[in-house]
Write a protein that binds this ligand. Structure first.
Ligand code: HEC
Length: 119
C-alpha cells in the first residue's frame, strides 16, 4: 500500500521533473563542444598560456565575438578557422557554457588574491 502511494508520488514527481531533467541533461552539449577550445584557451576556459581565458565572459559577448570571427574574411586568422567549424547554435551553447564558469574571481581578469590554502 505504501509502495503504491510511493509509486503515485514518484510518478507525479517524475512528470514534474521531466522538463527540469531535460534541461539539466543539456549542459554536456556546450561542454563537449567547448572541449575543443581547451587546447588553446585552457581547461575550463582558464588559460595557462598567453591566449585569453574564456571562463566567465558574458555569453552574449562570446557569442558575438565568435560570429564575428566565423564570418570574418580573414581566413588566415586562427579563430576564423575555429569558429567556422561551428553552427551558430553550437556557438551559442559554447558561449552559454563559458558564461556559467567562474573566471577565477569575478572574471575581470584580476587574478591576485588568496592563492590556495594556509596550512
Ligand atoms: C588552435 C588554438 C585555438 C583554438 C582551438 C581556439 N582558439 Fe580562440 N583564440 C585563439 C587565439 C590565438 C586567439 C587570439 C586572441 C589572443 O591572442 O588571445 C583566440 C581568440 C579567441 C576569442 C577572442 C578573444 C577573447 O578573449 O574574447 C574568442 C572569443 C575565442 N578565441 C573563443 C574560442 C572558442 C569558443 C573556441 C572553441 C570553439 C576557441 N576559441 C578555440 C586560439 C584558439
Amino acid at each position: 500500500m505504501t509502495s503504491l502511494r510511493a509509486c503515485f508520488f514518484m510518478a507525479g514527481l517524475a512528470s514534474l521533473a521531466l522538463p527540469l531533467s531535460t534541461a539539466l541533461a543539456a549542459p554536456p552539449a556546450g561542454r563537449l563542444l567547448a572541449a575543443q577550445c581547451a587546447q588553446c584557451h585552457g581547461t575550463g576556459g582558464q588559460s595557462a598560456s598567453g591566449i585569453d581565458s574564456l571562463a566567465g565572459e558574458s555569453a552574449s559577448e562570446l557569442y558575438s565575438e565568435m560570429l564575428e570571427m566565423k564570418y570574418s574574411q580573414d581566413t588566415g586568422d586562427i579563430m576564423h578557422r575555429q569558429a567556422r567549424g561551428y553552427t551558430e547554435e553550437q556557438i551559442r551553447l559554447i558561449a552559454n557554457y563559458y558564461a556559467t564558469l567562474s573566471g577565477g574571481g569575478g572574471g575581470g581578469g584580476n587574478d591576485d588574491g588568496s592563492k590556495g590554502g594556509d596550512d
